[in-house]
Design a protein around this ligand. Structure first.
Ligand SMILES: NC(=O)c1ccc[n+]([C@@H]2O[C@H](COP(=O)([O-])OP(=O)(O)OC[C@H]3O[C@@H](n4cnc5c(N)ncnc54)[C@H](O)[C@@H]3O)[C@@H](O)[C@H]2O)c1
Length: 249
């Protein structure tokens, strides 16, 4: 991490929080690799940021490993890695079935594990790096209608702390950012298609101490700090960016 300009890879970077992270990291001077299942979205953003776009489905080992090989050869080794891709729909636990549960676990937990496994060796060889995983306040304090998702995000927090311990000797920091309800296409889709979820989200929003919904840039600014040179001595931490709705210890 000696140079200030790094190669920064963001999963699910084409829209929402991931897009804001790409924009903020580009502004900080990093070379951006936008990865997503939406190739068109990734390419459009990469073009605007003078960066690179790769198709990478975090639920598919072949897709992740092929993308990692190409990225390492064609662009270089990412020393900033942001695991942002994630998904959920809100429903009572007893209405979830195996297919839904598997999908939520694959995107939100197995995905980041797989991506870390693919990119950590390069980072070790490069002499250090920053990993920032996007979890959720649901993984810290629970969230009604999000049982499986909450479990995956809690798992991601514990996974991140363990990586932080294992790879501290390699000068790789691993931290987690937990957004609260944030205004993104995902939240817009959930509230448009699911009345129960819409009511739940509206009631959370009303209780935010800072009296507004999060914006993608709020989350991206926290990621940019944890990815920066200045955060060299911060690892294994979990940072909520949620307008004060959770003040977890
Ligand atoms: N929006 C919120 O209120 C909120 C709250 C807490 C946590 N989060 C977390 O923030 C992250 C981003 O959420 P968002 O609201 O911006 O979502 P979003 O759906 O608006 O954007 C997610 C991006 O990830 C991509 N993606 C989906 N599945 C993928 C896969 N299998 N492989 C690669 N890319 C994939 C999508 O194409 C999309 O571009 C997620 O991890 C989410 O769990 C969001």
């Amino acid at each position: 991490m000696a140079n200030t300009q790094q190669i920064a890879l963001v999963t699910g970077g084409a829209r929402g929080i991931g897009e804001a992270i790409c924009r903020v990291l580009a502004k900080a001077g990093h070379r951006i690799i936008v990865t997503d299942i939406s190739v068109q979205g990734a390419q459009d953003l990469a073009k605007q940021l003078d960066g690179h776009a790769y198709e990478m489905d975090v639920t598919n080992a072949e897709s992740v490993n092929n993308a990692a090989e190409k990225i390492n050869q064609e662009v270089g080794v990412p020393t900033i890695l942001v695991n942002n891709a994630g998904w959920d729909n809100l429903m009572p636990f007893l209405e979830t079935d195996e297919a839904f549960q598997d999908k939520v676990i694959a995107i939100n937990y197995t995905g980041p594990v797989r991506v870390c496994r693919a990119f950590l060796p390069g980072m070790i060889e490069a002499g250090g790096g920053r990993i920032v995983n996007i979890a959720s306040d649901a993984g810290r304090i629970g969230s009604a209608l999000e049982a499986i998702y909450s479990g995956t995000k809690g798992g991601l927090i514990a996974f991140s702390k363990t990586l932080a311990r294992e790879f501290a000797r390699n000068q790789i920091t691993v931290n987690t950012v937990c957004p609260g309800i944030t205004n993104t296409p995902l939240i817009q889709e959930i509230t448009a298609n699911n009345e129960l979820a819409g009511r739940g989200i509206a009631s959370i929003e009303k209780n935010v101490p800072l009296k507004r919904m999060g914006q993608p840039e709020d989350i991206a600014n926290a990621v940019a700090y944890l990815a920066s040179e200045g955060a060299a001595y911060v690892t294994g931490q979990t940072l909520s960016v949620s307008g004060g709705i959770s003040m977890a210890g």
